[in-house]
Design a protein around this ligand. Structure first.
Ligand code: C5J
Length: 225
């Protein structure tokens, strides 16, 4: 049995590791770099880059083992037809979704600022899912991709912990996926929200799933013959 030391208890990997996917959520310039959506909402974006090295280490082992890798991007069509007015008008920032910012139009698909950061660029055979909402299952093909590939286990990373990451993990948990959130490969503009989310997820016997460190995930995968 292959186990990842995790909280609230060890996470069991399936014997067929092709059923385990790495899911990297919204590691986009819009959230991590100054001038994007995250900063437009009034956030200090410097908190998020701390997880680039850990996410890179996870990518490396998944690539070495040739395991499935998925990325998500939060973004909208250029005509904003997939952006509900409630999202468009929420908040009182001067730069709104669709407005021109220093990295192109804010949170619009295809704009430079909407891209995944250079350090984590996807390569061939890795799947990028663009999503209009916070959850990666809402109005996307993610579930059908996962089901078609027989994926049952998700190792989840990305930003922000309490918004897109938590929403996606809850959606995945309700759909029957065994989810593990990597503690030091997820970040928030609010460190206390990241900590609370980790605790919420693993409370009540892992009501939403498990959490574990990058080191423990890598060590477990590395040790499998
Ligand atoms: C937010 C996200 N925070 N990726 N999006 O609006 O968490």
């Amino acid at each position: 049995m292959n186990l990842i030391p995790a909280q609230p208890y060890d996470y069991e990997l399936p014997s067929d590791l092709q059923k385990v996917a790495l899911l990297i959520i919204d590691m986009q310039r819009d959230f991590l770099e100054p001038g994007g959506f995250g900063e437009a909402l009034g956030n200090d974006v410097s908190y998020l880059s701390a997880i680039i090295p850990t996410t890179k280490r996870l990518l490396k082992i998944f690539r070495e083992l040739q395991l499935p890798i998925f990325y998500t991007i939060e973004g909208h069509q250029p005509n904003l037809s997939d952006c509900p007015p409630s999202k468009l008008h929420r908040g009182n920032s001067t730069l709104k979704i669709g407005d021109a910012g220093p990295m192109g139009r804010i949170l619009v698909l295809g704009e430079p600022g909407n891209a995944i950061i250079p350090e984590l660029q996807p390569i061939a055979n890795e799947t990028v899912i663009s999503k209009p909402g916070k959850g990666a299952f809402y109005q996307t093909q993610l579930e059908s991709h996962l089901n078609k590939q027989g994926i049952t286990h998700l190792i989840i990373t990305g930003v922000t912990t309490e918004v897109c990451v938590q929403t996606t993990m809850r959606e995945a948990n309700d759909r029957g996926f065994e989810c593990l959130l990597v503690e030091d490969a997820t970040a928030s503009y609010f460190p206390q929200f990241r900590q609370s989310t980790l605790e919420m997820i693993r409370a009540q016997g892992g009501i939403v799933g498990w959490t574990a460190t990058t080191a423990n995930v890598i060590q477990a995968l590395d040790g499998i013959e």
